[in-house]
Design a protein around this ligand. Structure first.
Ligand code: GLN
Length: 343
């Protein structure tokens, strides 16, 4: 053990093994393994290859402890979850006012792939639906497509602490069949909301959706946001502190598409889902949750993932607007009863 950081991560790994939260997560995983509601997405042909039984749940605390249950190393494509983080990079590239002049922050109440722009301003409604995400990808700086993709991959590495690859067959599958996304991009070009680098920007959008992650990465992504933009394990800053609030507020209002209202009511945490089956949820100042199960409900959100987040939120009082005493005190469940109730 060479330094304090190593000692800290060693101590964290011991806690992660002995902590009651580990048993809790295993039980939660067990409880919902038999839930077979929903279907695997097949509108992108490659996504249909996902196995319905894959299921992983991971929690990462803002002090860098990692708790896993189930298939937390299974890779899948990040899909729409990328949108929240690319929005953060666009804010860093251009600032809030300019980004907001190109993409609004209003929930649509409509499906993620709806072809709808704000009639008064021609802006897409928010960066979490496809139209808004394509407009956001357009804003990512870089000399060419390769450079822009490199910047995205470097950003994801800052959040998760590891290198990421693109699933090329998924990328090519989306590029070949994404007529609807292409139509949206041209509609926005017609209104001057995106630059004319349509093919390059769509490639970038399809590539960002095809980035390979696992449930642990999703928990690291949200734990980094929960920790003010600093990865709690590597201590590297992933996003300027001033933009964390922008990203997580849009996640809260728009992150679960046309189920965002119900999600906020039931779970009350900023979150983002993707049709690959992932959900990442942020409990600010406390922890990040990453879930993976490719069985999706009618709105494109992971059915088991929603259940897991509902239980975690209720049992530990994680709902942002919770004022009642939670059933379980998070710090106690992490430390095995010696924790201080400072959350
Ligand atoms: N790449 C997907 C698409 O554009 C992302 C959708 C999603 O995850 N909801 O259709």
């Amino acid at each position: 053990m060479s330094n304090i950081g190593d000692l800290q991560s060693f101590a964290n790994s011991i806690t992660a093994v002995t902590s009651p939260l580990r048993g809790y997560l295993n039980e939660l995983h067990q409880k919902y393994s038999s839930l077979n509601d929903g279907t695997v997405a097949d509108y992108i042909p490659e996504l249909a290859l996902a196995k319905p039984e894959w299921f992983g749940v991971c929690v990462v605390t803002t002090d860098g402890q990692i708790f896993e249950a189930g298939d937390c190393d299974q890779l899948f494509t990040i899909q729409s979850i990328s949108k929240a983080f690319v929005f953060g990079l666009a804010l860093e590239d251009h600032g809030r006012e300019y980004v907001n002049s190109k993409v609004s922050v209003e929930p649509t109440g409509e499906a993620f792939n709806s072809i709808v722009l704000d009639e008064a301003t021609n802006r897409p409604y928010n960066p979490m639906v496809n139209a808004g995400a394509i407009a956001t990808a357009d804003l990512i700086k870089g000399e060419n497509g390769t450079e822009r993709l490199k910047r995205l991959l470097e950003m994801f590495k800052r959040y998760t602490g590891r290198d990421h690859d693109i699933n090329v067959p998924v990328f090519l599958s989306e590029k070949a069949t994404g007529y609807r996304n292409r139509a949206m991009a041209y509609l926005m070009l017609n209104f001057g909301m995106v630059s004319d680098k349509i093919d390059e920007t769509l490639d970038l959008y399809f590539q960002q959706c095809s980035i390979l992650v696992n449930a642990k990465d999703l928990a690291m992504l949200s734990a980094t946001l929960a920790n003010g933009g600093i990865n709690p394990v590597t201590q590297e800053r992933a996003i300027a502190e001033q933009y964390v609030q922008d990203v997580i507020s849009v996640m809260l209002t728009c992150g679960m598409y046309d189920a965002s209202g119900e999600w906020t009511y039931r779970v009350g945490l900023p979150a983002k889902s993707g049709v690959g089956g992932g959900i990442t949820a942020v409990a600010p100042g406390k922890l990040g949750i990453g879930t993976f199960s490719p069985l999706l409900d009618a709105k494109g959100n992971s059915a088991r993932g929603i259940k897991v987040c509902e239980d975690l939120s209720r049992d530990f009082g994680l709902h942002l607007f919770n004022v009642a005493k939670p059933e379980r005190v998070l710090a106690d469940w992490i430390s095995g009863g010696n924790g201080v109730d400072d959350w």
